[in-house]
Design a protein around this ligand. Sequence first.
Ligand code: E4P
Length: 217
Amino acid sequence: MDIYIDTANLEEIKNAVDMGIIDGCTTNPAIVAKEGCEFESRMKEILALVKGPVSIEVTTIDVDTMVEEAVKYSKWGDNVVVKIPMDANGLRATKILTEKGIKTNVTCCMSSTQAVLAAKAGATYVSLFYGRIADMGYDAMYELADAVNIFEHSGFESKIIAGSLRSVADVMTAIRAGVHIVTVPPASLNKMYVHPRTKETIQEFLDFWADYKKKHK
Ligand code: E4P
């Protein structure tokens, strides 16, 4: 199971890379727009910083333009994965890019049904949006677990990414559902290593040690 960071914020990415806890990074047009950064230079900085796959999303839904953008992105680094939105055109673009040997992440999937078609079109990764599935009143855990089960018994090579994770509980639910990858926003990632009892225990040990040092100078 791999953990990716879901952000285009360089400081957050550096922080996670320094702790050795991430295997890749995902971005999308909304994430980049929130950063207010220059797109190409920021993506190249992220590609240099993260050793694993970095998903960069196309900004159109027209097949030819998606393929054109994808081919351009793929030249930015060996670890580029092009995010393609799930729909009929997205599947067409995925097929073409797979034939060209460009890695794809079919994104915005809200059901195991869509995930199956993305895998059939040759997607390297398929992103299921946990939080947005739950927002619509569907059982997001079921959709993830169903996709995992189908991919396993169908022998699909595509990896399932759980995205749109909004809490540590969401992250752990996705991991328990058996997805290959969770992509976690920095806010949740930075809560995953914190536990009040751990903090207390460390402090208790330090206090004992300070007392011992006072007595054994
Ligand atoms: C995943 O690849 C997406 O970037 C992201 O998780 C979307 O999540 P949202 O529902 O918070 O926009």
